[in-house]
Design a protein around this ligand. Sequence first.
Ligand SMILES: Cc1ncc(C[n+]2csc(CCOP(=O)(O)OP(=O)(O)O)c2C)c(N)n1
Ligand SMILES: [Mg+2]
Length: 327
Amino acid sequence: MPEQPVAPDGITLRAIYRAMMLIRRFEERVNELYMQGRIPSTLHLYIGQEAVATGVCANLTSDDHVLSTHRPHGHALAKGTAPRSLMAELMGKATGCCKAKGGSMHVGDMSVGMVPAVAIVGGSIPIASGFGLAAKMQKSGAVAVAFFGDGATNEGAFHEGMNLAAVWDLPVLFVCENNLYAASTPFATAFKIENIADRAAAYGMPSRIVDGNDVLAVFEAAREAIERARGGGGPTLIECKTYRLCGHSRSDPRTYRTKEEEAEWQTRDPIPRLREWLIAEGIVSGAELDEIAAEVEHTIDEAIAFGEASPAPELADLYSDVFAGEG
Ligand SMILES: Cc1ncc(C[n+]2csc(CCOP(=O)(O)OP(=O)(O)O)c2C)c(N)n1
Ligand SMILES: [Mg+2]
């Protein structure tokens, strides 16, 4: 039996499977609720990319910080945000993780190190370097992780954030989720290079390319980079090659990609892939994985019931938690 990866807080392969299932089913249910008008605003779903958030965050503790994007639900859940408070936030309820002031694109929970997400493409990258600088100055031993898409690496903020982290040897992990599209723009029309990881050399930073649909490959690459960062060895760029199996946001007809391409990536779906491997290696039985899935479903049912039963925010709280030192 292969050795089970064990993260700082004892996360095992079962927990990794559970985390991926939670993200997948949470978002599938959220999408249904959205279509029924029970969730306002808009949604950018993470379906297909679950192995990235899960594999990276399994190496983190709540003292480490995660910076996310307009597509943050998976990062938030993987970092330990409670499903019920995330669901309530998406529903715009006072019990939400940001008391309804965040909504889908700004979810976060500082108590678990999930910094409220930044929906400006590339915007989270220099902020991660700022968290890394704070950790270095405070000698806290914490790391900061920035998740971002391929499109973000063509923003100036990517250059600034990467360069500062490199010259100051900051404990930061830059995780590019290259899902081959920035909204409807295909990778090949926006890049003259094949691998975004190549850009790390321009900052004197090590890099890795991993199969972003293989959670164990992501886990191992992140573990190595995070160990180096914690030991004072500076930042790393990890490029995870992946694919979003859903549309970019609400009502995306996906005319910019072919049905054949989608079908091909469907065969590489990270969740059935892990399931089949766990069963084939005799690590976890199919029946036990089904039990995990049922337990996940129960957690989501409970989160939906909690969100729906929760009150809307009070008008009197409109300005609370908005300015430091007030409300
Ligand atoms: C600075 C900025 N420009 C444009 C947008 C609109 N926008 C939102 S998501 C997105 C595509 C981002 O692509 P990528 O970084 O590859 O992330 P993905 O959506 O693929 O996860 C764009 C252009 C934005 N939010 N911020
Ligand atoms: Mg993209």
